[in-house]
Design a protein around this ligand. Sequence first.
Ligand SMILES: Cc1cc2nc3c(=O)[nH]c(=O)nc-3n(C[C@H](O)[C@H](O)[C@H](O)COP(=O)(O)O)c2cc1C
Length: 186
Amino acid sequence: MRDRPLRILGIPGSLRRQSYNRGLLLAAQELAPPDVTIELYELHDLPLYDQDLEEAGPPATVLHFKRTIAEADALLIATPEYNWSVPGPLKNAIDWASRPPATSPLRRKPVALMGAATGVSGTMRAQLALRQIFASTESYVLPKPDVFVREAAGLFQEGRLVDQETRERIRQLLEALVAWTLRFRE
Ligand SMILES: Cc1cc2nc3c(=O)[nH]c(=O)nc-3n(C[C@H](O)[C@H](O)[C@H](O)COP(=O)(O)O)c2cc1C
């Protein structure tokens, strides 16, 4: 029994308006159990990480981003793969949120990963790279199930994910993320 809905923060790793990865998160919102909320956080307004900016006092957008992560029970990241790795805007956002390490809202934060690509790799390499990054931030990344969405262009109609198999995999990921998050509740 939970005293309040579980809050999941969905982060699209793409800035593109018609992003398939944002589309995965919109589908996750539709598929979430009734006692789970999924809010989306867009990365457009975060500046490039600069230690001088951080030391002068981080910009309001960065503070807001870190506070929003802290208030979430878990993160759900849907990312493309850029040149076999994590897109720059997403890595930049994680770098901001990782600082300073001792008080980073990423520490001990449950995280689930999924990703869509237009090719056949389904973002496998980007997700592996994210797992390495989240080892550094001491985040708790859900081990399974994998959601590697290949050849994404054919799975959407008017921006909506219509492929039933992919929708079912996302539903299973959400179910596993909820159980994973509750394990870390004191
Ligand atoms: C700079 C760049 C690099 C890319 N590199 C890869 C890649 O390494 N592997 C891959 O599967 N797709 C790659 N793609 C294609 C993306 O899978 C495709 O653009 C996808 O739609 C991006 O996700 P989005 O729809 O959420 O923006 C790349 C695209 C861009 C713009």
